[in-house]
Design a protein around this ligand. Sequence first.
Ligand SMILES: [Zn+2]
Length: 322
Amino acid sequence: MVSTPVKVGALVGGACLVALGLGLLVASPLKTPDAAPQVSLSVSPTASASETAGPPTTAGVTIGQGKGPHDPPASSQVATTSPSPSASPDATVSPAPSGSQSAAANGASLAGRVVALDPGHQSGPGSNEQVADGRGGTKACNNSGTSTNAGYPEYEFTWDVVQRIRALLEAQGATVHVTKSTIDELVCVDQRGTFGQDSGSEIMVSIHGDGNSDPNFKGFFGIVSSPPVNDAQGEPSLELARAVLDQLAAAGFTQNPAMPNGIQPRYDIAGVALSEVPVVMFELGEMRNAEEAALMSSEEGRERYAQAVAAGITDYLLAHPK
Ligand SMILES: [Zn+2]
């Protein structure tokens, strides 16, 4: 999870992801560690992300709590989105399965293609060491992420899913670089943010599980840098997000109805703001939601998530030849 949701002007501390209810965010200043910068995206009021999983914040709203592995909740980066009264929390919108027949399924080759994967968080408590946030400021190195109510930690989920995605992509001939070499390794958000270009990869995909404290909050979504710091963070990143979100929907997972088009624009996530290659952070599900916690805690569920993400990455790469 990332840490905080963003809302209109206020930042919340973060959880991996937090989501808020819709209209709530808008005017309720949550606790905001810092002033939140605002981003201009047209998204709805719900944002939460989490590079960091931050502490749950609640401000009258339900935000997810998370601890935040990624960027620490503290910084002042929040994306401000404009509240848009349109999204209804309950609407379970599931995007029409569009890309279900991925090229991956057709056995297309990814030989020569290079992908960076980032399993969010680590086993330890994280570190408050201040590192570059990609926006001219600093934020905490990383936090420990969230977990299911039964105690299954986000970092175990992200590590396992990334290993599976890696295997699927490598089986198609791709070269895959991963930010961590062991599940316990502490890698700060700034290093994760620059890993795509540092490793010579074409794209960067970060995997997380959100920790909204509202047990009814459910669904996957993608976090993108907003406003983009460079061209790669703009349209190419949105295309990458869409490719993966479509495959997750086609695989039967639920898209978070609180995030318009499944996208949460964030100003405060170093993991995406520092990237020079197309980058998206995915919150694959809500770890405090019973149904998704069960999926994320099972090997079968993790394999399904991995296959969908790998199929989306494959679709994107094949649509963007080197
Ligand atoms: Zn996370």
